[in-house]
Design a protein around this ligand. Structure first.
Ligand code: MIC
Ligand code: SF4
Length: 755
């Protein structure tokens, strides 16, 4: 990976100069986040002090990472951009399309067969345009990135919301939609509103049952699912220095669940050890040479209130293990209060399944700590009462934990090792019996637990905890069990207690792997052909979206007024639909099928204003499209929370929805809408949400003078002849207004390439 080393050298070479220049402009000590951001300004402009949360700024990321379920759309767009090679080092990772059913080996073989067309497409596009390709089975994108590509002080964008995982190694790593990735791969700058900064000071030290995961579970409880919106979270303090690099990765990874733009830790001994332990001593040496630039200034960490917009302090020595859920990752329960909450809320106490893994928690350390409990179960003659599955994060981790005997311990405990992939975390789980929709509980070490996400069953109560707690709970089979205080009856009828978990941050014998699953791009790609079968139901070349007609919009129908939580999982469900991620027409059949209709509290049942009858959301919208009638989707707070999947923006665009009008947006989704030429609007007065009626015909006025900072007007023409005129806000800048007018950002890139 010599290419990378040169890139990192170049990044580090400009660090001191850029940071010193920034220091002069900002005129105060700098946080780590500011140092990295200022070192990555695309114009190299260091004479401006950017207002946090204010203007959009152009950055130049060092890398792009994409996973298979989003890479298809990103690369289909890139193929239209008119470039021969990617402008920055980029990789594709095949992890989302492998369905967990029986166990690693047979599930992987089945996936290779089922997804052959998509894998072949991704492999050949990667080959042609100079991208590294990680084959199915190689591992989950974020673990593979942490082990191979993340570097302190770097900047990366990735088409997955958990890209911030790389913040564990001191990288600003941000989740984006495919259109953003397409721009950067095409050599264009990437824009982001200069973020606000949240500082999290960690004191004390983790011990006993408490793990890195508990830090973010606690932070999620404090900040809630939208508290990090527009912010980068910077962790520091003595406590931070005691957490392993992969543990830090866990914390940054799940920062996506508070809506944070990303999260980051400074470069320290743990980061250095991890770089050396993963065969990157040269990068550790380079980082050591500019160490002072790879962490925040001392003055900042001594008086954080003066330099961060918000400061949170957590004493790790006092932090309890947490369990968050159900249905939302910010419902945080310290373990001492959890059993009571389970009883009070009537959640099913019997624990059906414990699942460890996902990009959040599948490191060597995680698996070794979970295995220490599994070993105790075996030694103490305890039989796991719940089903139990383990997903290693990468082939390197899997190979090493197998060599070190951990997998056989899980096996003895009755655990099933799944393929190195996302699996159940994204609904790729053939869970037998889920179709019966029975009320039940599961616990995972994943990061998300939205309704239906893991197994499609809306009545599955999914809870999130550390791998250690998940393992202990699976042994007990009971949600009201507290491993810190309670005993269990073993096979001999004796009462036994689980001891605190133990583990290793990294293998003492070093990591090992036979075939990591990497394919380098062809040196000469002139002969590489990328084939998309026009009859395929999984891949479809993109047609450009049409440009704005140049007028205000009148007579739009209300498609749906979504009630309450409406995440990207509600807008464009994953699981069985992942197979259509490369085929816009087919995947559009899942548009908003999970959103709850405000007027009848049902999902996928909205009034068709042409016939007066109720129908499925995509079907009703297709009828409007057929009649050339635009529509509007209305939503609540934090609309589009969760994933980076731009399908949630492309589907409504493709089917003829013109505007999404909500109380507030999640960052990635708002950008995705703008990129695809949609109107992303917010109520100036959130209470106006209540004015929207089921039969409304809606006008959007002010588009001919659409300008940054100037609200638009929405006219609600109610069926009884009355009307309301309301103000709606937007955050479009000049460039983004141009995307809207051109029909999409890609239309502009294409135009430029054709010149
Ligand atoms: C997720 O965790 O929701 C996913 C699946 O990884 C998504 C990406 C996708 O929808 O493909 C994400 O987090 O961005
Ligand atoms: Fe995969 Fe789950 Fe991580 Fe998303 S959160 S990248 S689905 S493991």
């Amino acid at each position: 990976m010599a290419f990378d080393l040169d890139m990192i050298k170049a990044v580090y070479a400009r660090f001191p100069e850029r940071i010193n220049a920034a220091r002069k402009v900002v005129n105060k000590p700098l946080t780590l986040t500011e140092k990295i951001l200022y070192s990555h300004l695309s114009a190299g402009e260091t004479s401006i002090s950017y207002e946090r949360g204010g203007s959009y700024v152009d950055f130049q990321p060092d890398r792009v990472a994409m996973q298979d379920a989003t890479a298809q759309m990103a690369l289909l767009q890139f193929m239209q951009a008119g470039r021969e090679k990617v402008a920055v080092p980029s990789t594709v990772h095949c992890d989302h399309l492998i369905q967990a059913e029986v166990g690693a080996a047979s599930d992987l073989e089945k996936a290779k067969d089922k997804n052959k067309e998509v894998y072949d497409f991704l492999s050949s596009v990667s080959n042609k345009y100079g991208l590294g390709f990680w084959k199915p089975g190689a591992g989950i994108i974020h673990q593979v990135i942490l082990e191979n590509y993340a570097f302190p002080g770097g900047m990366m964008i990735g088409t997955d919301s958990h890209t911030p995982n790389a913040g564990g190694l001191g990288m600003i790593a941000i989740g984006v939609g495919g259109a953003d990735a397409c721009d950067v791969m095409a050599g264009l700058p990437w824009e982001l509103k200069f973020p606000k900064l949240i500082g999290v000071k960690l004191t004390g030290k983790l011990s006993g049952w408490t793990a890195a995961k508990d830090v973010i579970l606690k932070v999620a409880g404090i900040l809630t699912v939208k508290g990090g919106t527009g912010c980068i979270v910077e962790y520091f303090g003595e406590g931070a220095k005691s957490i392993s690099a992969t543990g830090k990765g866990t914390i940054c990874n799940m920062g996506a669940e508070i809506g944070a733009t990303t999260s980051i830790f400074g470069y320290d001994d743990k980061a250095e050890a991890y770089l050396r332990g993963t065969d990157r001593a040269d990068i550790a040496d380079m980082a050591n040479a500019i160490k002072e630039h790879l962490t925040g200034d001392d003055e900042v960490y001594a008086n954080p209130e003066q330099y961060f917009d918000q400061v949170i302090e957590i004493n790790l020595s006092e932090l309890e293990p947490h369990i968050n859920g159900p249905f939302t990752p910010d419902l945080a329960w310290p373990i001492s209060k959890f059993a009571e909450a389970v009883k009070e809320n009537g959640w099913p106490t019997k624990l059906e399944v414990g699942l460890i893994g996902s990009c959040t928690n599948s490191s060597y350390e995680d698996i070794s700590r979970a295995a220490s409990l599994a070993q105790q179960a075996v030694d103490k003659k305890l039989v796991a009462k719940s089903e139990f599955t383990i997903t290693p994060g990468s082939e390197q981790v899997r190979y090493t934990v197998e060599r070190d005997g951990f997998l056989s311990v899980f096996d003895q405990m009755g655990g099933v090792v799944l393929a190195n992939a996302c699996g159940p975390c994204i609904g790729q789980w053939a869970r037998h019996g889920a179709e019966k929709k029975e009320k039940n509980s599961i616990i995972t070490s994943f990061n998300r637990n939205f309704a239906k996400r893991a197994d499609g069953n809306p009545n599955t109560h999914s809870f999130v905890a550390s791998p250690e707690v998940v393992t202990a709970m699976a042994i007990a089979g009971d949600l009201t069990f507290n491993p810190l205080t309670d005993t269990l009856k073993n096979e001999a009828g004796e009462l036994v207690k689980l001891d605190e978990p133990t583990g290793l941050e990294m293998p003492t014998k070093g990591f090992a792997v036979e075939d990591a699953g990497y394919q380098a791009p062809a040196e000469d790609s002139s002969q590489v052909e990328v084939v998309v079968d026009p009859n395929s139901d999984r891949l479809q070349l993109l047609e450009p979206f049409t440009a704005w007609e140049g007028t205000d919009l009148h007579g739009l129908k209300l498609l749906i007024k979504a009630k309450g939580k409406c995440t990207t999982d509600h807008i464009s469900m994953a699981g069985p639909w992942l197979r259509f991620r490369g085929h816009l027409d087919n995947i559009s059949n899942n548009m908003l099928i999970g959103a709850v209709n405000y007027f009848n509290d049902e999902t996928n049942k909205v009034k068709n204003q042409l016939t007066g009858e109720y129908g499925e959301v995509p079907a009703v919208q297709r009828q409007y499209k057929q009649h050339n009638i635009g529509s509007v989707v209305v939503g609540d707070e934090n609309y589009g929370e969760g994933s980076s999947r731009e399908h949630a923006a492309m589907e409504p665009r493709f089917l003829g929805v013109r505007a999404i009008l909500v109380k507030s947006f999640a960052r990635i989704h708002e950008t995705n809408l703008k990129k695809q030429g949609m109107l992303a609007l917010t109520f100036a007065n959130p209470a106006d949400y209540d004015l929207i009626q089921e039969d409304d015909a809606i006008d959007i006025v002010g588009l001919t003078t659409f300008a940054p900072g100037r609200p638009l007007t929405v006219v609600l023409n109610h069926a009884d002849g009355s009307r309301h005129e309301i103000l709606v806000n937007h955050t479009y800048n000049e460039g983004q207004i141009a995307w809207f007018k051109a029909g999409s950002a890609l239309n502009i890139v294409k135009e430029q390439a054709a010149r």
